[in-house]
Ligand binder design. Structure first.
Ligand code: MG
Ligand code: MG
Length: 251
């Protein structure tokens, strides 16, 4: 069942979203050559708690950390570790925060030092595909209009869209109905209504869309070990433009 949030619920989600957005700004600034990814995890956890929120991923389905830190061919659910970031890496950081029982969820991919122009284009195209999806998230549109916009953008660059992991509804639970795939024909699925809140999150691969899970049972990597990028925002459908809840300075 897809729920429409009340004004009060949206206010809590705005608070959670702001914490997520501010934390990602801190993390983006902390991404540097030689920084171990576990340091980013600690920084995020401290910042989220200091902001009066709870790191939503820690313990979720047994996930042991506050952030997902996915480097290079890692798509999602990378474990923060003593691994030090190297010049030319790209790192996808995904975080969630809970305020008053409501959730925000957002991800960015950040270049480490000097990265190749190919990697930079993948990062930019993935972010662009997220915004193309958000643009379609309007009252009266169909859910798969979002999916199709993301896919059209990413595939236009010659990239592929991960099929096995998708976006989702979000609210008083970090994962709610509906699933929000990043692929599909337009004009399908439920009609979007004001008050629905979605986490749209393209995971875009440079090579094949196929992925596999590592032996830790969490970390998802590309089957061909080529790069993957990930961007995500939590948004609310309104009777006007979609409101991005996980953006610093959003209204
Ligand atoms: Mg996320
Ligand atoms: Mg998500």
């Amino acid at each position: 069942m897809i729920t429409c949030k009340s004004d009060k619920e949206l206010a809590y989600m705005r608070d959670a979203g702001k914490v997520v957005a501010r934390t990602l700004v801190e993390l983006k600034n902390a991404v540097k050559v030689n920084v171990p990814t576990c340091e980013l995890d600690q920084l995020a956890e401290d910042f989220i708690i200091k902001s009066g929120a709870r790191p939503a991923f820690k313990g979720l389905y047994g996930f042991p950390y506050s952030i997902c830190a996915s480097v290079n061919e890692e798509v999602v659910h990378g474990f923060p570790s003593l691994r030090k970031l190297k010049n030319g890496d790209i790192i996808s950081i995904d975080i969630g925060a809970e305020v008053n029982g409501y959730f925000g969820d957002s991800a960015i991919t950040v270049p480490v030092g000097d990265v190749s122009s190919e990697a930079m284009q993948l990062i930019r195209a993935t972010e662009e595909s997220l915004y193309k999806g958000i643009d379609r998230a309007k009252e009266g549109a169909r859910l798969s209009d979002i999916s199709n916009a993301v896919q059209t953008c990413a595939e236009g660059y010659g990239y592929s869209v991960v099929r096995d992991y998708v976006g989702h509804g979000i609210g008083s639970s970090p994962h709610e109905d509906p699933q929000v795939p990043n692929f599909g024909k337009p004009g399908r699925g439920p009609r979007l209504k004001a008050g629905m809140t979605l986490a749209i999150e393209p995971m875009i691969n440079m090579g094949t869309h196929e992925v596999r899970t590592l032996f830790n049972n969490w970390t998802v990597v590309t089957l061909d070990e080529k790069l993957s990028a990930h961007f995500e925002h939590t948004i609310a459908i309104t009777d006007d433009k979609p409101e991005i809840l996980t953006k610093v300075g959003s209204r």
